[in-house]
Design a protein around this ligand. Structure first.
Ligand code: LRH
Ligand code: MN
Length: 388
């Protein structure tokens, strides 16, 4: 028997943080396609993010990226977010776009370059103090392109030293979450290439250091849900960067490329207690809408995560555990597939109506006229982007 109320409660409690950079222009090394109405500054990015929360009720916070979202007064930006009914979430550092970082940032052979990188990370903690953010998200592009280019072990020593310095600066209620990625922009070795490396550094640092799982950062064929199950068991899963991919770090809409993988990952989140507020796990989107309209792309992403979570909450847990205990392989697998194969869209439409939301957020946003309004208003100025 399905406990529909429990499924609705679980989805209603789900909060997904959206990335400010998803609203700016983005692309690949081949082309960045500009779109009409793209924000020109962090204030306009927050206004667009607020539209996603307005129509889904599930995206109350926005993660910032420094310096892409640099402003003179971060507390004023936080107030602007509050006026829009949202808040500023994670602060993302950026030590991958300065000429000095060609050979790395915190792992760079030069002490002076490492100092510059650490100073940026410390400045990001100052931003967190101003915005009231809990988390500093660290992703390092640091790595090598050729064997012998630098000493792999020495780079780990430099990384550990930099992380330790930043860890000491964190406030009691602040955390650092360390993201890994198996390649790009480095093509031979990456200094934080996998979950094990991030986990080991976080263990060494202490309880305020957690691992970020970006679903696009694994070698093809990696069983990401195993990593999630393991990190939850260790109490070291801090956050997700949700997106999907067919080949590399494609940063496509979460669930678009592999909805079953997303379901399997969230099933392990459920089993590991990752939906419990006490788990401290943050759910974020980290995507780029290179060719599709950005706000609808974000709304679609939220709907995809909600659908996957609803299916996870439909799993007949007692029957699954019995079948697993009995070694009844096909029954156990079948129970999971039954939940995954269930169309939860009618249930979610019902939930939205109960929340006073339009049952079809995509259609509601399209009908709101917001896209035409910003395209007409946002003329002139420099459209936001990665500035790569
Ligand atoms: C690196 C990454 C990281 C962000 C960037 C926008 O690939 O996933 O999380 O800093 O994308
Ligand atoms: Mn990411």
């Amino acid at each position: 028997m399905v406990d529909v109320a429990a499924v609705k409660d679980g989805v209603r409690a789900l909060q997904i943080e959206v990335p400010s950079w998803a609203y700016g222009n983005s692309g690949t090394r081949f082309k960045v396609f500009a779109q009409p109405g793209v924000p020109r500054d962090p204030y306009e990015k927050l206004a667009d993010a607020a539209q996603v929360h307005r129509f889904t009720g599930a995206a109350p916070s926005v993660s910032l990226h420094i310096p892409w979202d640099a402003v003179d007064d971060y507390s004023d930006l936080a107030k602007h977010a509050a006026d829009l009914g949202i808040r500023i979430g994670m602060i993302n550092s950026n030590t991958f776009q300065d000429d000095d970082y060609k050979l790395g940032s915190v792992c760079h052979p030069s002490q002076a370059v490492r100092r510059k990188a650490v100073d940026h990370l410390l400045a990001c903690v100052d931003v967190m103090d101003a915005t009231g953010s809990r988390d500093l998200k660290l992703w390092f592009a640091d790595g090598l392109n050729y064997p012998g280019q630098d000493d792999l072990r020495a780079r780990q020593d430099r990384l550990a030293e930099a992380l330790y310095t930043v860890y000491q600066r964190l406030g009691d209620d602040q955390r650092m979450v360390l993201e890994y990625k198996f390649f790009e922009p480095a093509f031979y070795s990456t200094d934080v290439p996998d979950w094990g490396t991030s986990y080991a550094h976080c263990l060494e640092l202490g309880p305020k250091a957690q691992v970020v799982v970006d679903t696009g950062h694994h070698a093809p064929g990696t069983n990401i849900e195993f990593i999630v199950a393991f990190l939850l068991r260790q109490g070291k899963l801090g956050a997700f960067d949700f997106n999907s991919r067919f080949y590399a770090d494609d940063d496509l809409i979460v669930g678009a490329a592999d909805p079953f993988q997303l379901f399997r990952i969230l099933h392990e989140v459920y089993i590991g207690g990752g939906f419990e507020p006490a788990s401290g796990v943050s759910f974020m989107l980290d995507q780029c809408h290179n060719i599709e309209p950005k706000i609808p792309g974000q709304i679609r992403s939220i709907l995809n995560v909600q659908e996957a979570v609803a299916k996870v909450l439909l799993v007949d847990r007692p029957a699954l555990q019995t079948a697993q205990a009995d070694g009844d392989v096909l029954t156990a697998h079948g129970i999971l597939m039954d939940a995954f194969s269930t169309d939860v869209r009618p249930l979610l439409r019902e939930l939205r109506e109960e929340q006073g939301l339009d049952p079809d957020p995509m259609a509601a946003y399209a009908a709101s006229g917001y896209a035409d309004k910003i395209a007409a208003e946002r003329v002139g100025g420099n459209q936001a982007g990665w500035g790569a």
